[in-house]
Design a protein around this ligand. Structure first.
Ligand code: F6P
Length: 359
């Protein structure tokens, strides 16, 4: 009898349930009644506290199109994994190992992003059998060309830009749409191009406010009374890019505006005298059904994870490289960020059609 535990950790995204379904259906196909699947509640919290339940084939039906995660999720800071929990000598790591062995698991399947993979690697180093799947709307996981959730979020952010376009053209206004993505610009870059943004600001390319204003003035002179800026939540100015981590943190803490987009709106408004509006779709970008692309990718990842379990190839993350599914060692993934390469063809193509990156 094979016993498999499965958990989803970190911020949710579209395609988590499709991926869970992919893993489970492929395991049942492979092992039939010789496999038991256990759902662990709320990510690593459930593993730490021993909060799990036996699941059955019917639990995995009808969830392909469902947003969120049927297992629940939570964020557990990696830096606290090895330190003793409050009021106890036992570390979270020890508790997780304990639950794993009490459950008698043959493998733990983990669906998550960057933080999740650091912990997955730690568990693997501690001798647990772990297989993981890359999820996040940020697409910033090293080792895979694509994470599931990303394309669905691109679709939503693009829809926001499309809607903003119609009102911006009617009023002749400048609009800033703030797009998620944490420290990287994948989501903003893709949605920005798909939504026809005139200016795209991403953390990988620090901006100069005078260059942005120049672009807006050129558009005005060309008789285009409106402009759309797709701004990554992690966008930074050239001056900020030269700061130390500590200086940057202090500067942002002292910032009067709630986010970078509002600061930009104020600065651009003062420099141009134009009316600037800000739209922040926020967690909308993580919600709802996965798009068709993510349903396919999640299913491929899920089936691939089951194959790794069948072949006992533990300690790996399933990944997409050049449209092929591969296994990447967790030790290679953990702690690395996949930022947008500034010389990539996507950025060059946007520049070729006149998009400004504010540099
Ligand atoms: O990592 C996914 C993400 O949505 C980021 O794009 C964003 O910065 C962050 O999570 C928001 O986190 P929370 O859901 O904890 O507010």
């Amino acid at each position: 009898m094979k016993k498999i535990g499965i958990l989803t950790s970190g911020g949710d995204c579209q395609g988590l349930n499709a991926a869970i379904r992919g893993v489970a259906k492929a395991l049942y196909e492979e092992f039939g009644s010789d496999v038991e699947i256990y759902g662990i509640r709320d990510g690593y919290r459930g593993l730490i506290e021993g909060d799990f339940h036996r699941m059955h084939p019917e639990d995995f039906s009808g969830i392909l199109t469902l947003g969120g995660t049927i297992l629940g999720t939570s964020r557990q800071p990696f830096k606290l994994m090895k330190s003793a929990a409050e009021g106890s000598e036992t570390t979270k790591l020890e508790k997780m190992k304990d639950t794993y062995s009490k459950m008698g698991l043959d493998c733990l399947v983990v669906l998550g992003g960057n933080g999740t993979h650091k912990t997955a690697n730690l568990l693997s180093e501690e001798g647990l059998n772990v297989v993981s799947l890359p999820k996040t709307i940020d697409n910033d996981l090293w080792g895979t060309d694509m994470t599931f959730g990303f394309q669905s979020a691109v679709d939503i952010a693009t829809h926001v830009l499309d809607c903003i376009h119609t009102t911006a053209t009617s009023h002749g206004r400048v609009f800033i749409v703030e797009i998620m993505g944490h420290k990287v610009g994948w989501l903003t870059l893709h949605a920005g191009i798909a939504g026809g943004a005139d200016v795209i600001l991403i953390p990988e390319i620090p901006y100069d406010i005078t260059k942005i204003v120049q672009t807006l003035e050129q558009r005005n002179q060309a008789g285009k009374g409106f402009s759309i800026l797709a701004v990554a939540e992690g966008a930074i100015s050239k001056a900020e890019s030269k700061m130390s981590k500590k200086e940057f943190k202090a500067a942002r803490a002292a910032m009067a505006e709630p986010s970078i987009s509002y600061r930009l709106a104020k600065e651009i408004g003062e420099l141009t005298g134009q009316e600037i509006r800000v739209t922040v779709p926020g967690h909308f970008q993580r919600g709802g059904s996965p798009c068709a692309y993510d349903r396919v990718l999640s299913t491929r990842f899920g089936a691939a994870a089951a194959r790794l379990i069948q072949e006992k190839k533990y300690g790996n993350m399933v990944a997409l490289q050049n449209n092929r599914i591969v296994a990447v060692p967790l030790s290679e993934v953990a702690g690395k960020l996949k930022a947008v390469p500034t010389d990539c063809d996507t950025i060059q193509s946007a520049r070729d059609i006149g998009v400004s990156f504010g540099d």
